[in-house]
Design a protein around this ligand. Sequence first.
Ligand SMILES: Cc1cc2nc3c(=O)[nH]c(=O)nc-3n(C[C@H](O)[C@H](O)[C@H](O)COP(=O)(O)OP(=O)(O)OC[C@H]3O[C@@H](n4cnc5c(N)ncnc54)[C@H](O)[C@@H]3O)c2cc1C
Ligand code: FES
Length: 385
Amino acid sequence: MKTEIKEQIEGYADIVKENEILRKYAVNSSFERGKVLEAINLIHPKYLYLKISKIIPETESTTTLRLVSESGYLPPFQAGQYLNLFVEINGIRSSRPYSISSSPNQTGYYDITIRRVNEGFVSDFLIESLKVGDKLTSTSPTGNFYHNPLIHGKNLVFIAGGSGITPFMSMIREVTDKVLDRNIHLIYGSRTEDDIVYRDELDDRQKSFTNLKVSHIISEPSQGYSGHTGFITGDFIRSEVGSIDDKMIYVCGPEAMYSFVLKELENLGVPRRKLRVEVFGPPADITKQPGWPEGIAKNTSFRITLRNGESIEAKAGEPLMNSLERYNKVLPASCRSGECSLCRTKLLSGKVFHPNGVKIRKSDAKYGYIHPCMAYPLEDLKLLI
Ligand SMILES: Cc1cc2nc3c(=O)[nH]c(=O)nc-3n(C[C@H](O)[C@H](O)[C@H](O)COP(=O)(O)OP(=O)(O)OC[C@H]3O[C@@H](n4cnc5c(N)ncnc54)[C@H](O)[C@@H]3O)c2cc1C
Ligand code: FES
């Protein structure tokens, strides 16, 4: 007789015996079935149904949306996590991740703070078209960009570029509101003084809490600006923070800032294990990324063939996921930055470019799986979608 694999599992026979005894004494445990999943779904629902309760203008290009739950319940989160917000714009269904900027102590709402990206598809819509009372759907809070006191210690340097301030604001609000034993030095790079988000609040919190220091640096200052100017270089970090040996460094911002700062930190000798990074959105120009093949321009067009034989057009310079969405082919997505694997798709033929930092498992690479949220076509492709 063939033995089933489950019969070889240690303890299997004991469980079968126990079930037989329970049945004999008419104890029915089957009603418990599915209860664990029910509890998990309650605490960590797949989708959140949210309503805008307030719109807070922050700077000329940045707005905060205060989101409350339609059901009255918002799952807890770790300061630094994000929501992936689903939208439908002119018939195209898409999504974008936004870090929660409010503190996890605040359980009644989530704030997300959005900066308008030039010619951006979703950021412009969120800022310009939504009003109080509008409904939105999102994922539950997710992501790994948060502080773990056991591993990361209590001396933290936050390096933010532009809208990359949002996860740090959540962390700063949490640490100061709860008076946690942590020392934070925020280095915050903005284009102009007027672009500094949460400027007054950062000033106030810095005055009230000795464990928070804030250093602003402005890359395009107005005439007469007396603060620090330029980019976030290694020298600037060192001069503001002093020794970095005993500190955990967090970096968050758009791809261009992240690549620049990472090199500076490397030159300072900061080891990778002392660094936590989050990149906001795809590179503005993928063709300038290291490893991009010569001779393929941003606007080069390729044909993408799907399993039903349908064929769509995709531009080399745009993430494949965006091109698919334009034809109403919506893949599961959460991070849209090549991290979470949710959009993983089998590539049957053709070649794509994944920029540095996209995490493809070894087995996925071997068997031809790609992350369309951060994959750029370099040839005509066939996808198993
Ligand atoms: C984990 C995470 C958290 C984030 N948190 C925040 C936050 O708190 N606040 C915030 O403001 N942002 C945040 N972002 C960024 C955000 O998700 C969006 O990427 C951002 O709002 C831009 O979206 P968009 O649709 O407006 O721009 P997109 O339309 O996606 O454009 C993004 C870039 O791609 C280029 N591009 C777009 N379409 C094309 C095309 N057809 N051809 C060539 N290039 C093209 C654009 O030039 C632009 O530089 C976060 C991102 C991540 C990954
Ligand atoms: S959506 Fe996360 S890897 Fe693509």
